[in-house]
Design a protein around this ligand. Structure first.
Ligand code: HXC
Length: 260
């Protein structure tokens, strides 16, 4: 999955973990269409690669991503946007089956905040700043800033962020549940890779089922959601990894999962 790209860097910092680094530093990682195409290619390649269990997505110290590329977008006309489903390809990221961990330092604004929210876990450096400043450009978010943010932080904070453009820092983001935790300065990528390494040691079938279950909670009623969860749970009894995991517990040893 380590291809050659112009706007991102792809590496393997630990066994089973692919690290994708957004790499347009001069534009604070503004998300132009070339970058997003490469990001989609790299995440799809990692999803298809059996040696990869988790993906870490990061930016630079100064910016995870400062949003969609305003310079690329400013002359877009409605007819073109509608006919081409402008930026619709961003949602491809949400079809990736393997867990994606966002390691956020600095600005995660507009489409950058939305990109982080499309990931499964967000870890924040103390410098992280989240915001939806689209309102200052005469538009609104187009990739989940009114939807995922509301589900993450609740109505009042989401409204304030969307209507005034106020940024929230790492601590407030953690307090509101937008990120899972704030890590020490300079360690956010290492911590995210550690989370990926922990995930890589589990049964990958169970990992993908867990991700599917949590994501279903955003779409289904509680009754349908718990039914779906129970069915997923039942299905895991068809795996060798379930037999291995439970046998290992009973025999007081570490499980060795084969993803079968
Ligand atoms: C294009 C951008 C950019 C962006 C920064 N740059 N953000 N270019 N699109 N979103 C460029 C600047 O033009 C500048 O280029 C360089 O990056 C450095 O930025 P500065 O503004 O000089 O840095 P600083 O003063 O530190 O301010 C940082 C900042 C500011 C607060 C993050 O750059 C900013 O407000 N950026 C825009 C944030 C924003 O509105 N995002 C939402 C976009 S709309 P030069 O060439 O001058 O050096 C969106 C919609 C999503 O995301 C829809 C999804 C479907």
């Amino acid at each position: 999955s380590i291809g050659s790209y112009e706007n991102i860097l792809v590496s393997q910092p630990a066994s089973g973990v692919t690290l994708i680094t957004l790499n347009r530093p001069k534009a604070l990682n503004a998300l132009n269409s070339a970058l997003f195409r490469e990001l989609n290619d790299a995440t799809e390649a990692a999803d298809a690669d059996p040696s990869v269990s988790a993906i870490v997505l990061t930016g630079s110290e100064k910016a995870f991503a400062a949003g969609a590329d305003i310079k690329e977008m400013k002359d877009v006309e409605y007819a073109h946007a509608y006919k081409t489903n402008f930026l619709g390809h961003w949602t491809k990221l949400t079809t990736i089956k393997k867990p994606i961990i966002a390691a956020v330092s600095g600005f995660a604004l507009g489409g950058g905040c939305e990109l982080a929210m499309m990931c499964d876990i967000i870890l924040a450096a103390p410098t992280a700043q989240f915001g939806q400043p689209e309102i200052n450009l005469g538009v609104i978010p187009g990739a989940g800033g009114t939807q995922r943010l509301t589900k993450a932080v609740g109505k009042s904070v989401a409204m304030e962020m969307n209507l005034t453009g106020r940024f929230i820092g790492a601590d407030e983001a953690a307090q509101r549940g937008l990120v899972s935790r704030v890590v020490t300065e300079g360690s956010v990528v290492d911590e995210a890779v550690k989370v990926g390494s922990i995930i890589a040691k589990k049964s990958q079938i169970a990992i993908q089922a867990a991700k599917e279950g949590v994501n279903a909670s955003f779409e289904l009623s509680l009754q349908e959601g718990t039914r779906f969860e129970r069915r997923l749970f039942h299905s895991l009894f068809a795996t060798k990894d379930q037999k291995e995991g439970m046998a290992a517990f009973a025999e007081k040893r570490k499980p060795s999962f084969k993803n079968e």
